[in-house]
Design a protein around this ligand. Sequence first.
Ligand code: NI
Length: 201
Amino acid sequence: MMNNLLSAFSATLLMLLLAACNPASPGSAETEAPLAGADIGGSFTLTNQDGGTSSDTDFTGKYRIIYFGFTYCPDVCPIDLANLMNGLTLAEKEDPSLAEKIQPIFISIDPERDRPEQLKQYVGNFHPRLIGLTGSVDEIAAVAKKYLIIYNKRESPGFSEYLVDHSRQGYLFGPEGEPIALLPFDGTPQQVADEIKRWTR
Ligand code: NI
């Protein structure tokens, strides 16, 4: 199963690379979304940071910024999330109508430790509207597979704490849950904001 997932992931990367090598023809007004038509995403029903249930259909009509990670991540997740959410905040400042249109979502790939109360403390640090989602180990595995996120628990002998290696993606999905673009989570907030504004107008 992991091999299938990896090959699906590689195929997507390959597609992105091919897309990058094939710039829009000069003079074309509309550029197609980089992830248009890609088989990424889909339905989910998970537990949110308040202990309630959140489904993908709750966000119908809204763009979604989706990042997978875990709250105990020592460095990568907090930096990526800060970049993405600072970018969103900046985009909202530049175009206040975006606040109504975009839902940011953090999905934990460490559901055993990231329970709702843990998520609640975490997401508020990054953006006031950021939703944190968790679930059972099986529920998270199913969602991660749909969203082409690979993760692997890394335990060290003699240590009770563990890390989780995981894919980094700053996904932007559309109002029907369709994939649109990858946001530059390692870029500046302005670069993130520009990319958000580019696809959500
Ligand atoms: Ni991380």
